[in-house]
Structure formats: C-alpha cells, structure tokens
Design a protein around this ligand. Structure first.
Ligand code: ASP
Length: 359
C-alpha cells in the first residue's frame, strides 16, 4: 500500500522587485511594499493546501540594489530552512535576477531541492499583472515531485511567463514584454501551459552520495571589458589599472574574436603573467566561443585567455567571483572555469558537480 505523502512545505523568500511595488502617488515612481500587502493580492495562495512560510527582506529592495551580500543572505535563509522545506521560491526583481540565480547555482553545491526564482514586469496590485501567474506556477514547480517522490527540479531556476529555465543559463532580454527572460544556449527545463511539461533529461540531478553544501565565499575583484570598434588604448589602460584585479571577462565579437592590435594582446598576456584570470565570452547571445576558428581569436588563446564557451555574462561574472573567493591557485580556477560545475556551460570536456573544495 502506498503511504500518503505529506503535503509539501515551501519557503518563499521575498526580496522585492516590481512584483511587490506600488506607485508613489506623489512621484509616480514604483516603490516596494511588504509581504503582507503582497499576499492580500493573491488569495489563491490558500488553495494550494501546502504549508507556505515567508521570509522577507526588510525593507524589500529593487534588484538593482542587490549585492553579493544579499546573495549570501538568501543562501543563509535556504541553509537555515533546508531540512524543514521541500522547496524554495525566491521573489526577486527582474533586473538582476539572472545574476542572483547564477550566483546561487554555484553557492548551493549539490542542491537536491528546487530553488525557483520569479518576479514580474507589472506589480501584483495591477489588473493586468503577470506576477500572479508567475508566483503561483513557481510555487507549483517548487512543490512538484516525480513518481519516486523526489523533487522534480532540484536546481536553481528562473520561472517566467511560461518557461522554466536553468538560472545560470538565463538572461533578461526584455524591459517591456512579459516574456522577459531567455535561455539561449540551453533548452527550457519545463513549459507551463494547461499542464506543466518537464523535460526530465535536461534537469540536473544531485550526487546522492554527497550532501548539500552552502558556500559563502566570493571575491568581487573582477571586471568586464566589452570590445567595440574604435576602442581606445587609453580607455583599456585605465580600466586595467584597477588595483587588486584578479579576473577579467573579455566580451569579444562572434566566435571569440578581438582586433589584432599588438598593444591589446601584449597587455592581456602581461596581465595573465601577473596572475589575472582572463576569460573570453562572446557578445552574441547565441552560440559559443571557438578561439581556434579565426586568427583574431587564436591570438587571444596564445595570450593565455581561456574559453568561456557559451556562458552568459551573468554566469561568468558570478562563477569567477565564486572561484576566486575560494582562494584556489590560478590553474585550478582556470580548470574549473573550463568545467561545467553547475550546468552553466557546454564543453566537450567533463562536467563536474564538484568544486573540489574543503572550504
Ligand atoms: N527594477 C525592478 C527590479 O529589478 C524591475 C523588476 O522587478 O521587474 O527590482
């Protein structure tokens, strides 16, 4: 006889964002309101029959104000509730949601419960809001189990409009439409229509032999350099003068190409000799870096720039902060940057759900 499964217990972490904002009548600008006000707009929450608790940022914040300290706060809340809850829903502003979701995908090692981010483009108090659908479906996904009673999606994800996407593959692409996020280089993990259809073979599973392990160490000594035709040497020199620099993300053209200017390539090679990790990602949304394809890419490879494959910017920045934060030596950081540790890049090489850390 099947034993009845207890109804799921979920924790909502409300950080802020448009979903919980109200128009200030004096200025017309949107400002945050608290969870109680937000909850009153979603009476449907009671109909789930789940135990739903809430932890709220006080005050809730616009996600443009999110910092790595806030990522650590969210991880702390998840760690504190890990044994009590079956899944987590994080309500977050859309502007930097992809950064937070990417960071958490690295900080929550061997996660075996769903952590589903969502938010909205219109406040939940407005008639045409997309917030209600997003919140209710995110809750349903966080509570979903497979036939063996295991969480359906034990990953950090973003659910928005009708798609469930891996958090570290996702980017905000739309400041206007409801369909605000895309995962260009990895298919959606689920589609929500009349039914929520999960693509199980795309979903990562934790290593059952290992325990969940939260991480808090991050190092923000990283910068992003976006190339553009006419980029001036003085500008690059100024940017690279940053004291304490440990990681540089180069946003290159196409398949990972840069102008063939000896001053640029020599400067990069010198940086690498000084111990700065250099990573190449493309300005294109779709596709991957292949530095051997053109001379303009090969020169970067020869200067010691490593391949960022098909990474999003959000994932690359947060992964670099995460790895540098752990104080690994340069070869280890470079090796792990070229390894898929949380499903964030597509490489030919091995994937590792393992950070190789004792921290
Ligand atoms: N500025 C808002 C935020 O990111 C935008 C949103 O939530 O859609 O917090």
């Amino acid at each position: 006889m099947n034993r009845p499964t207890p109804s799921p217990a979920l924790l909502i972490i409300y950080t802020g964002g448009t979903i919980g904002m109200l128009e200030n009548p004096e200025t017309g600008a949107l400002e945050s309101f608290d969870w109680e006000q937000l909850r009153r707009h979603v009476p449907e929450l009671k109909r789930f029959g789940y135990r739903i608790d809430v932890e709220s940022f006080d005050p809730p914040i616009d996600s443009s104000d999110m910092t790595p300290c806030d990522w650590q706060r969210i991880v702390r809340l998840i760690e504190a509730g890990y044994d009590r809850y079956d899944g987590f829903v994080v309500l977050h502003g859309t502007d930097t949601m992809a950064y937070t979701a990417s960071a958490l995908s690295f900080m929550l090692e061997n996660l075996d419960k769903p952590v589903i981010f969502t938010g909205s483009q219109l406040p939940i108090g407005q008639l045409r809001t997309d917030g209600k659908e997003n919140l209710l479906t995110a809750i349903e996904i966080a509570a979903a189990r497979d036939d063996d009673g295991r969480p359906m999606v034990p990953e950090v994800c973003i659910f928005f409009e009708s798609q469930l996407m891996r958090g570290n593959r996702t980017t905000k692409i739309n400041a206007e439409g409801f369909n605000a996020f895309r995962s260009y280089n990895y298919p959606a993990l689920a589609h929500a229509g009349i039914h929520i259809r999960y693509d199980r073979h795309l979903i990562r599973r934790p290593d059952p032999a290992r325990r969940f392990k939260p991480h808090y160490l991050l190092d923000t000594n990283v910068i992003i350099l976006t190339l553009f035709p006419g980029i001036r040497r003085e500008y690059v020199e100024q940017v690279l003068r940053f004291k304490g620099l440990k990681g540089l993300i180069l946003k290159t053209y196409g398949a990972g190409n840069a102008p063939q200017q000896p001053w640029l390539v020599d400067r990069l090679a010198a940086l690498r000799r000084q111990g700065v990790v250099l990573v190449n990602i493309t300005q294109c949304s779709l596709g991957t870096v292949e530095m051997r394809r053109y001379g303009t890419g090969l020169q970067l490879l020869q200067a010691g720039v490593i391949n960022g494959y098909d990474s999003t910017l959000e994932s690359m920045v947060t992964k670099l902060m995460f790895l540098l934060g752990h104080g690994y030596d340069m070869p280890t950081v470079e090796r792990l940057m070229n390894t898929s540790v949380a499903g964030e890049i597509t490489t030919d090489g091995p994937t590792a759900g393992f950070f190789g850390t004792t921290h």
